[in-house]
Design a protein around this ligand. Structure first.
Ligand code: ADP
Length: 445
């Protein structure tokens, strides 16, 4: 369907409206002129009749109207034909206006005439309305011509005016059609825009900002994904290369010493285990990414901690673990996943601090959150690493972490698990002093 342009539609409607107004005004004006002349006539008739009634000896029971009546007619209704019809049946012509006898456009008024309260006959006053009709027609012709001129002027100037008024809208349309990924950060500026158009421009600019942000997020995600694939490949490459190396040596049959064969096979097994571990962690992350629904139940973090505590103690024998339990309400959690988070943080704390230092675990309430804080008094994390340690594959000391079996995925998984609980995980650390990981759950409303 072909759509009409706003400009054209506004123009057409305005012209239709103007035409309608002109017709209404024309109709009203003609009617008023007609009513006015009609009223004039009626007033003349009334004045004449009044003069007739008030003139003494003008009317009599037997007497027909005298010649004074004709004189009065000459004074008050000179352009009328006046005839008196007496009750007796007698007809008396009082006044004649010969001029209009030839023209047929007349109006007649018939009024009863009274003498001493008694009707003595009727008087007929016939006027020519030729002049009034002519006046009306002339006026109508002038009005129609004026209206046509007004319409033509409106056609000529209103179109131009409308185009000028709607020019900012045309600029908006032109600017919007030029929007592309490359100019999303440049706002559209329209000079002399009316308030509504300025609002439209503002909303378009807001939309551009949102689109710009979305594109940036997509770009960042794409970059992250590339980085992730490259990191994952790199991570998988080391054990694969080791396995390939040992397999080739074994296949070449160069190892005759059973000790060396065993050593090679053990190494291959270790690397296979590491591969399995990495793949499992990647699968876990992918599941969290796909936001696969995890079953949750209302549980007390304190109970979970107390029950997990013996296992935590077993990670490093003789390690001092302090548990300070606060008064906290239950939260919605997937117990297995939260245990995984706690284990991961405690394992990191143990690995990055001296065995003689304690590790403390506290639970408490803060604002509308239920918090668990795990503190170790170890090496700490430098400020430049703090914002990055939750990134996938990020390790502060790559070699040391790898040696210990770390993949740099642990905290990334913890963060995803907490997000799946509508919660958060963050860290505070002072190098050489202490590190505290906080996990926060929203309270159940
Ligand atoms: P990893 O498998 O290397 O432990 P994580 O994602 O669990 O990976 O941790 C990322 C990095 O954060 C680690 O390489 C480590 O350098 C640092 N880190 C984590 N916990 C601590 C801690 N308690 N003290 C000091 N550094 C830590």
């Amino acid at each position: 369907m072909k759509m009409k342009s706003l400009n054209k539609q506004l123009f057409q409607r305005s012209m239709q409206l103007l035409l309608l107004f002109l017709v209404i005004i024309g109709f009203l004006q003609t009617s008023l002129i007609y009513l006015y002349t009609e009223n004039q006539r009626e007033m003349e008739v009334a004045t004449y009749l009044e003069a007739l009634q008030q003139t003494p000896d003008l009317l009599g029971e037997e007497e027909p109207l005298t010649k004074e009546a004709s004189e009065l007619a000459e004074d008050f209704a000179s352009d009328a034909n006046i005839v008196f019809y007496a009750s007796s049946g007698e007809k008396q012509i009082i006044h004649t206006n010969r001029l209009f006898l030839i023209n047929k456009q007349t109006a007649a008024y018939t009024e009863p005439v009274y003498y001493e309260g008694k009707a003595i006959g009727t008087i007929e006053i016939v006027y020519s309305i030729h002049e009034s009709v002519e006046l009306m027609l002339t006026q109508l012709i002038i009005y129609v011509i004026a209206s046509i001129v007004i319409l033509l002027l409106a056609w000529r100037f209103y179109r131009r005016m409308l185009r000028k008024t709607l020019a900012p809208l045309d600029s908006v349309i032109a600017s919007v059609s030029e929007v592309s990924v490359d100019n999303l950060d440049e706002p559209i500026v329209i000079a002399d825009a009316q308030a509504d158009i300025a609002k439209l421009v503002d909303s378009t600019n807001e939309l551009k900002v949102r689109l710009h942000d979305s594109f940036q997020t997509i770009e960042e995600n794409q970059h992250k994904l590339q980085q992730f694939v490259s990191d994952a490949s790199h991570e998988l490459k080391t054990p694969l290369t080791t396995i390939q190396g040992y397999s080739e040596i074994l296949l070449r049959g160069k190892l005759d010493n059973p000790e060396k064969i065993r050593y090679s096979l053990e190494n291959m097994l270790d690397q296979t285990k590491r591969l399995t571990y990495i793949v499992n962690e990647l699968l876990e992350l992918s599941k969290l990414d796909r936001k696969v629904q995890m079953g949750k139940a209302e549980l007390s973090l304190n109970v979970v901690l107390q029950e997990l505590f013996p296992l935590l103690k077993m990670i490093q024998e003789g390690r001092e673990l302090k548990l300070t339990i606060g008064e906290i309400p239950s939260v919605m959690m997937n117990r297995k996943k939260i245990e995984q988070v706690i284990l991961n943080i405690v394992q990191n704390a143990i690995f990055h601090s001296d065995p003689k230092t304690p590790i403390t675990i506290r639970t408490y309430q803060e604002n509308e959150k239920v918090v668990m804080a795990i503190t170790d008094y170890g090496e700490g994390i430098a400020d430049e690493h703090l914002p990055l340690i939750f990134d996938r594959f990020y390790r502060v000391d790559t070699d040391r972490s790898r040696e210990s079996g770390g993949t740099g995925l642990g905290l990334a998984i913890c963060q995803d698990i907490m997000h799946a609980h509508n919660g958060e995980i963050d860290v505070q650390s002072t190098v050489g002093k202490e590190t505290t990981f906080f996990i926060r759950f929203p309270k159940i409303p």
